[in-house]
Design a protein around this ligand. Structure first.
Ligand SMILES: NC(=O)c1ccc[n+]([C@@H]2O[C@H](COP(=O)([O-])OP(=O)(O)OC[C@H]3O[C@@H](n4cnc5c(N)ncnc54)[C@H](OP(=O)(O)O)[C@@H]3O)[C@@H](O)[C@H]2O)c1
Length: 314
């Protein structure tokens, strides 16, 4: 397997107008690639014929598959069947039609929801198949896990080159700040920016604040995806993250500080906490991709708060 020169190479980014997709598209453009960002209005990837048309029209060398039916916990609870069906279908068809079209490489972006709920910490790629992905995000995680296996079987049968990346929770400018999106960082930013403006004496958050999560700046994730497209043709999954475990209470304190909120942080412990801890072993990304995250959480949060203040709907 050889490194691919990106300059002048046709790269198609599915989901290229989404949150991560915009950063990935920019990162490829910065490397001189001939990059095309696709949204659903260009091609509905749940229609295999649309995927075939896309390959015939655009003739990509590399495809980065980001398009997904995804969302916060509420969206996952409401759509277990659709999320499983659409994510499995889109991924399998993008892979199969890409193989038939003779593309050089596919980069599949997966999710930590593919891990078994009780996998040992830090989450290591070798434990992905040690149990089922469960809970509200289980069907979404299962569809992505099937795609890992699809990439592995295509490597075995056809010698097809792919990379499978598993990013931690992403955050950064241009994230989805609508309440339905339900991601923790945008929700906290919205809450504390509004509380700072109202001069609210206290803000109540759900749960105990004790659960931990890991957060990766979207620009770091985009850089890792470009590295994978360039250097990796092997579908062994690779975690992408900082390896740093952050409690929700510490996160809330950082967001409140970045938002200039001076009141009290309170916790409604009658509300559920979700999974107690979640963070990644990131050694494989360092060894195989030469990737280490560069954006410190406090810095990335300050940037995201500033972006939100400038761009929120009035
Ligand atoms: N955000 C995170 O924290 C995170 C963490 C780990 C992994 N990921 C993965 O990263 C990828 C991108 O996530 P994101 O946060 O950037 O999500 P996003 O902003 O919702 O982007 C997903 C994109 O997929 C496109 N899409 C959905 N259904 C489609 C269809 N039927 N045909 C064509 N395009 C379709 C949408 O295009 P339109 O906008 O045109 O509808 C949307 O822009 C996903 O694969 C996700 O699983 C995200």
């Amino acid at each position: 397997m050889s490194a691919l020169e990106l300059k002048g190479r046709r790269v198609v980014v599915t989901g290229g107008r989404g949150f991560l997709g915009r950063f990935v598209t920019c990162a490829f453009a910065e490397r001189g690639a001939d990059v095309v960002a696709l949204g659903r209005a260009d091609h509905d990837l749940t229609e295999q014929s649309e995927i075939r048309t896309m390959y015939a029209k655009l003739r990509p060398s590399i495809v980065v598959h980001l398009a997904a039916a995804c969302g916060g916990i509420g969206a996952n609870v409401a759509n277990p069947g659709r999320f499983l069906y659409e994510n499995a279908l889109m991924g399998l068809a993008v892979l199969e039609e890409g193989r038939r079209a003779g593309i050089d490489r596919l980069v599949l972006v997966s999710t930590t929801c593919a891990y078994p709920q009780d996998a040992p910490l830090p989450l290591h790629e070798e434990t992905l198949w040690d149990g089922p992905p469960t809970g509200a995000t289980g069907p979404y995680g299962m569809a992505k896990r099937l795609l890992h296996e699809a990439c592995a079987t295509y490597a075995k049968q056809y010698g097809f080159e792919s990379a499978v990346l598993i990013p931690a929770n992403l955050y950064g400018p241009e994230d989805h700040f609508d309440l339905e999106a339900g991601h923790v960082i945008p929700a906290l930013i919205r809450r504390y920016v509004e509380a700072a403006e109202r001069g609210a004496p206290s803000v109540v958050n759900w749960g105990t604040g004790r659960p931990t999560r890991e957060f990766l700046h979207v620009r770091d994730a985009a850089r890792a995806i470009v590295l994978a497209a360039e250097r990796l043709g092997d579908p062994a999954p690779i975690n992408l993250g900082t390896g740093v475990e952050t409690s929700i209470a510490d996160l809330a304190t950082l967001v409140a500080g970045a938002a200039g909120y001076r009141g009290r942080l309170e916790w409604d412990t009658t509300k559920p906490d979700g999974q107690p801890r979640r963070f990644l072993d990131v050694s494989r990304a360092r060894e195989r991709l030469g990737f280490t995250a560069a954006v410190p959480l406090a810095e990335g949060l300050a940037e995201t708060v500033a972006w939100y203040r400038q761009h929120r709907p009035r």
